[in-house]
Design a protein. Structure first.
Length: 293
């Protein structure tokens, strides 16, 4: 039986057996069930359950309690997965305001809220705003955990991706290299987190036109999931697709050092600069579409 079904049964039993139970218990159960459904990618069901949990928390604690901020945060992430990005932004900004008032501007919970808001701003292509909140999150986490904590590596990775979108690719490389060093020191050289960081760094090196370094980095990023997950795993295949696209571009590109942004813009005149991940997707998919013409 799935964990979600177990939670539903437990919630139903609790509702029947403890009809006079405090509303906090039911709100907590709904929050847990919502998170389980979210992890099972049942986003619509999770949305309904988390909205119910939020309503109960607001009734129990009032609209400015940290528990309400927690539920708003979870609901905002569900809205993002449902594609309701504007609603997600509003919800996450509410959560951030509550937590800043409750904990002050430099608390780790505030950093979590800033990180989630940064993802949504990136989805909305408000890259400067995303950079601002992610830099705040990084500063809070460095003050809290020190410069070599895995949370810092995650923050640096997120910031590096936004810097790519801003075309500040050299700074993106620096952030991602810092993240990689931390991950390797904590997890070793063959951990999935290391592979993920290598992939992002490899794509950034591609953006910079450092094709030899990009190739070596993406080859490492492919090798790790190949050995641990197999060649058919989606993570392996996605990175392999990027590597294959890089190899094709390397054969066509007139010289090392031509940046990916310049290369694509020179050959696809209808494109302006796109976020890096979109350019990579175009590079991966264009040969497939050409083969079908």
């Amino acid at each position: 039986m799935h964990l979600a079904e177990l939670c539903k049964r437990a919630l139903a039993i609790a509702g029947v057996t403890y009809s006079t139970s405090p509303p906090t218990a039911t709100a907590c159960n709904n929050n847990v069930l919502g998170l389980v459904l979210w992890n099972l990618q049942k986003f619509s069901d999770a949305h309904k359950v988390l909205e119910r949990a939020l309503a109960m928390a607001e009734t129990t604690y009032g609209p400015s309690h940290p528990t309400v901020a927690r539920d708003l945060n979870n609901l905002g992430l569900i809205l993002r997965d449902l594609g309701e990005v504007a609603g997600a932004r509003t919800t996450l900004e509410q959560a951030l305001a509550i937590d800043e008032a409750a904990y002050g501007p430099n608390h780790p919970t505030v950093a979590r809220d800033l990180e989630n808001l940064g993802f949504v701003l990136q989805d909305l292509e408000e890259f400067e705003g995303a950079r601002e909140v992610l830099e705040r999150a990084l500063a809070i986490d460095e003050a809290t955990y020190g410069p070599k904590h895995p949370k810092i590596a995650r923050d640096l990775n997120n910031l590096g991706l936004v810097l790519r979108d801003l075309r500040e690719v050299a700074d993106a490389r620096t952030a991602l290299e810092r993240a990689l060093v931390i991950h390797e020191a904590i997890y070793g050289l063959s951990h999935p987190n290391v592979a993920f960081c290598l992939r992002n760094l490899g794509l950034t090196l591609w953006d910079l036109g450092a094709l030899t370094e990009a190739r070596a980095t993406l080859e490492r990023a492919v090798q790790i999931p190949t050995e641990s997950l197999g060649v058919e795993h989606p993570s392996t295949q996605t990175t392999q697709d990027y590597l294959d696209a890089l190899m094709r571009e390397g054969m066509q590109c007139p010289q090392e050092g031509t940046t990916a942004g310049t290369w694509h813009k020179a050959h696809v005149c209808t494109l302006v600069w796109l976020p890096g991940i979109i350019q990579r997707t175009i590079a991966v998919l264009s040969p497939i579409y050409k083969s079908r013409l």
